[in-house]
Design a protein around this ligand. Structure first.
Ligand code: NI
Length: 201
């Protein structure tokens, strides 16, 4: 994504009177123990939370991610973002911010699709998930909203919500594949991880 477009989108997330300095944050790669630590509800959507969202947006775009949870950059908060093209928006829309999300409903119909994760660079595994899902969360404006998605949108919300409950992509595979993924990631250099992440998730 072009850099100026990126900043246009990011700025749209914040009120014009507020200057938010965004920083690229390193993404925690499995088996970093942070990914298994409990997350906590956010009490108030304040400047710190807005800064965190800015960092997440910056980091997600830099890595071509479809979504990113705060815990993946080491913040143990119940917060994630999902990229706009997945939520039915276009390239000019800002990502949807989910604060303290709750899964309210999901469909009995399921779908299997390959899933990736920025904490598992270059790893894709087929995961069966509900075809549709509805989540209730707080937005960046502090107001409650309901998001209902189908297909990739439902999958992205449920994947990111899993992160807040410490459930990871690797938990969906059998023991042999789990061992393979673990070995692959333990051997992976930061450079290789960077390169793979640049290809998107
Ligand atoms: Ni992930």
């Amino acid at each position: 994504m072009h850099r100026s477009l990126q900043y246009f989108i990011v700025n749209a997330v914040f009120p014009l009177y507020e200057k938010v300095v965004m920083s690229l944050r390193p993404i925690k790669k499995f088996p970093d123990p942070v990914l298994r630590q409990p997350t906590f509800e956010i009490g108030e959507v304040d400047a710190d939370v807005r800064k965190l969202v800015g960092d997440l947006v910056e980091t997600m775009y830099a890595k071509n991610g479809a979504g990113l949870a705060a815990i993946q950059v080491g913040s143990l908060t119940k917060l994630f973002i999902v990229e706009a093209s997945i939520t039915g928006g276009d390239a000019n829309d800002h990502p949807i911010v989910f604060i303290n999300p709750k899964v309210e409903w999901f469909s009995p119909e399921t779908e299997v699709a390959d899933e990736g994760c920025l904490s598992f660079p270059g790893i894709y595994v087929p995961i069966k998930r509900p075809l549709k899902a509805r989540l209730r969360a707080i937005g960046l404006d502090g107001k409650e909203f309901v998001a209902e998605g189908e297909g990739l949108y439902a999958r992205a919300m449920l994947h990111e919500n899993d992160h807040l409950n410490n459930k990871l992509l690797i938990d969906y595979v059998g023991p042999v594949k789990r061992q393979m993924i673990r070995r692959r990631l333990e051997k992976m250099s930061e450079e290789e991880a960077d390169e793979l992440q640049a290809q998107g998730e």
